[in-house]
Every structure is written in structure tokens, then in C-alpha cells.
Design a binder for this molecule. Structure first.
Ligand code: COA
Length: 166
């Protein structure tokens, strides 16, 4: 039986911290499916299609990693994909409470699906998609924090948005 892990999130946009975690996941699981949630409540900067495209470019070299959008309950999606685990990153103690709540709720919804936490590399422990967007929106450099395609896409998107308000 192949061991499939589902790595869910908003990925608005994918960062090198997410990629680090995907690579770690691939060392333990046979396949990692990156599951992109619409997360409309977060009012994402990138559309779901844009996020999928950026992730696809970022994981090009990673055999056994693939990406899909999902809009159901996470545990339902995991069951559909025959996943055995939900993969989540723990960057700092501050992540713990929220992650614990989600893990317990998901366990309550399906006791056969385990949540597995992995720590991204220390150099990405402060990184979030919001912080990347914030820095980029003020013209700061996010080089080394996101894949090169994401850096370009951020510039294009933010320039477009600025154009709309000018
Ligand atoms: N490196 C860098 N940043 C990371 C990271 C890493 N390794 N791991 C997490 N982050 C960041 C994300 O970029 C995100 O930043 P942002 O808030 O600035 O966007 C933040 O940490 C955490 O968000 P994310 O990982 O995208 O998760 P989320 O909280 O947005 O997503 C879902 C939560 C989608 C997994 C959850 O809402 C879900 O499962 N939805 C489906 C419906 C469902 O089943 N709900 C019940 C769940 S109990």
C-alpha cells in the first residue's frame, strides 16, 4: 500500500517554507498531495488557478508531489484520495494551539486519519504568506523566501493592483 499524505493550506502564495515541508514529507511518505483550499474568508491575493499554477511550477522537480484544489471538508478529501495522514508544519510555539484544535477536530471527524507535524527549516520559522505579501507590497525583497516564479508573480499582481487604485 502506498502511503499518501495530504498537505492542506491556502498557499497564497506558496513559500520556500512550504516547499521545505513538502520535501520533508516526501522523505516519509510515498506521495504528498498539496491540497489548496479556496479560503475565501482570507480574501486571497491570488486566485485558486494562479495558486495551483505557481505550486505546479515550484514542485516541478519533486517526483511524487502533486497539487489539487479542494473545497470540501478536509477529512472527506483525504478519504477520497486514500490518504493516511494530514501533513502540517509547526514553525513556532505560536502555531501549536491552532494546529492542536484542527488536529483534534479532524480526528473527531475521522479517527483513522492521523495528523503529522513536521518542522520546517529554522530559516523559515518566521515565514508566512501574509508577511511575504506585506513586504512585497512595499517593494521589499522576498528573494530566497519564495520560488523565483512567485517573486515575479507577486510583482506583476501588486503592480496590477496599484494600477487599479491610481
Ligand atoms: N512555511 C511558511 N509558511 C507557512 C508554513 C511553512 N512551512 N506553514 C504554514 N505557513 C503559513 C501559511 O502561509 C499561512 O500564512 P497566512 O495566514 O499568512 O496565509 C499560515 O501559516 C497558516 O495557514 P495555512 O497553512 O494556509 O493554513 P490555513 O490555516 O489557511 O488553512 C486549512 C487551513 C485550509 C487546512 C483548513 O481551513 C481546512 O482544512 N479547511 C477545509 C475545511 C475543513 O475541513 N475545516 C475543518 C478543519 S478542522
Amino acid at each position: 500500500m502506498i502511503k499518501i499524505a495530504i498537505y492542506p493550506g491556502t498557499f497564497d502564495p506558496i513559500t520556500n517554507g512550504h516547499l521545505d515541508l513538502i520535501q520533508r514529507g516526501l522523505m516519509t511518505f510515498d506521495e504528498v498531495i498539496i491540497a489548496v483550499a479556496p479560503s475565501t474568508r482570507k480574501q486571497p491575493l491570488f486566485t485558486i488557478q494562479e495558486r495551483l499554477k505557481l505550486i505546479n511550477m515550484a514542485i516541478k522537480g519533486l517526483k511524487n508531489a502533486k497539487v489539487e484544489a479542494f473545497s470540501s471538508l478536509l477529512v472527506e478529501y483525504v478519504r477520497r484520495k486514500k490518504g493516511i495522514a494530514i501533513l502540517r508544519g509547526l514553525r513556532a510555539v505560536s502555531d501549536f494551539e491552532y494546529e492542536l484544535q484542527m488536529a483534534h477536530m479532524n480526528r473527531r471527524l475521522d479517527m483513522h486519519i492521523e495528523t503529522v507535524f513536521m518542522m520546517p527549516s529554522e530559516e523559515y520559522s518566521f515565514l508566512t504568506s501574509s508577511i511575504v505579501k506585506e513586504v512585497a507590497s512595499f517593494g521589499g525583497s522576498v528573494k530566497g523566501l519564495v520560488p523565483a516564479e512567485v517573486e515575479k508573480a507577486l510583482k506583476r499582481k501588486l503592480k496590477g493592483l496599484k494600477g487599479l487604485t491610481e
